[in-house]
Design a protein around this ligand. Structure first.
Ligand SMILES: [Zn+2]
Length: 125
């Protein structure tokens, strides 16, 4: 570290005086910074959890509809047992005839009667 380098407070970015290992002006800045980091951490784990759930959902749908089949059917119990979480989806597609497909990336499902679902794969465009 060069002598001309001025260390700044991690919280408020003001130049720091005093001990070389100081990171904050005072306890107020230290607490502020720690709270910010905590909030950031929570946010990223929140995002990560949702991403994981979406990828898991896609994997479940893919396992039911592998290979070259265009559609497959599964009931709610099977989907839940495989770890599918219905609250997570990437987008919704409603057809002209009013059917609503719920998608997790390129895989989707259409709710049928009696808790059955038609599993579909998005066609290449
Ligand atoms: Zn400060």
């Amino acid at each position: 570290m060069s002598a001309s380098e001025v260390k700044t407070c991690l919280a408020c970015r003001k130049p720091l005086k005093g001990r070389a290992d100081k990171k904050f002006c005072d306890d107020y800045c230290r607490n502020n910074y720690n709270n910010q980091q905590k909030a950031k951490g929570n946010h990223s784990s929140f995002v990560r959890n949702i991403n994981n759930a979406l990828l898991k959902n896609r994997k479940v749908l893919e396992s039911i509809l592998p290979g070259t089949e265009e559609t497959a059917k599964a009931n709610k119990e099977k989907l839940l047992n495989l770890g599918f979480q219905f609250k997570y989806m990437t987008h919704i597609y409603t057809t002209k005839t009013g059917k609503t497909y719920y998608y997790c990336y390129d895989y989707g499902y259409l709710p049928l009667d009696n808790d059955w679902f038609l599993i579909v794969r998005k066609k290449e465009e």
